[in-house]
Design a protein around this ligand. Structure first.
Ligand SMILES: [Zn+2]
Length: 164
């Protein structure tokens, strides 16, 4: 799945994992579990599981980051993410008092960060974690149109959960 989808899913989950029952650690694991569940669904995310990225792969990753940035801007200016945009202190304060958001998002992208580090450095430990991440999305690639339509719809739903 695309990072935008992972981040927004984790954020929507983290918003609802609050102390005393939930907290940052639980939000991290919820984000990570959501990552594996999303990756196990049929999806489109470019052709980015090879060492050398194709042109399409690069375009998809670039667009993914760009869309994430736009959503960040949207949630900052109109949403609850950054109360006194662009005052940096207000961003740090709200993140500090909502550490579950931060940890949730970290958990949501953690498997992909690990894979990225693995590709770059060859560091792949624990092995089962890398194998799980790789095997869970084997043959799950579908055509761009249905693949992206699903993620777009799902992202809008997650934004709704986060801002409501
Ligand atoms: Zn992944």
């Amino acid at each position: 799945m695309l990072e935008t989808t992972h981040v927004l899913t984790a954020l929507a989950l983290a918003k609802n994992i609050n102390p005393p029952v939930g907290g940052p650690i639980l939000a991290f694991f919820a984000g990570m579990v959501s990552h594996f569940i999303l990756d196990s669904l049929p999806h489109y995310d470019g052709d980015n599981r090879k060492k050398e990225l194709s042109k399409t792969g690069k375009l998809v990753i670039g667009s993914d980051i760009f869309v994430s940035f736009l959503v960040f801007l949207y949630l900052s200016v109109w949403g609850p993410l950054w109360p006194n945009f662009p005052d940096l202190n207000s961003l740090f304060l709200i993140l500090y008092s909502n550490l579950n958001w931060v940890f949730g998002v970290l958990g949501g992208i953690f498997p992909d960060i690990m894979s990225f580090v693995g590709f770059k450095t060859g560091f792949a430990w624990p092995k089962w974690f890398f194998n799980l991440h790789k095997n869970i999305q084997k043959n799950k690639e579908i055509k761009p149109l249905p693949g992206l339509a699903f993620q777009l719809t799902f992202c809008v739903f997650c934004i709704y959960i986060f801002v409501k």
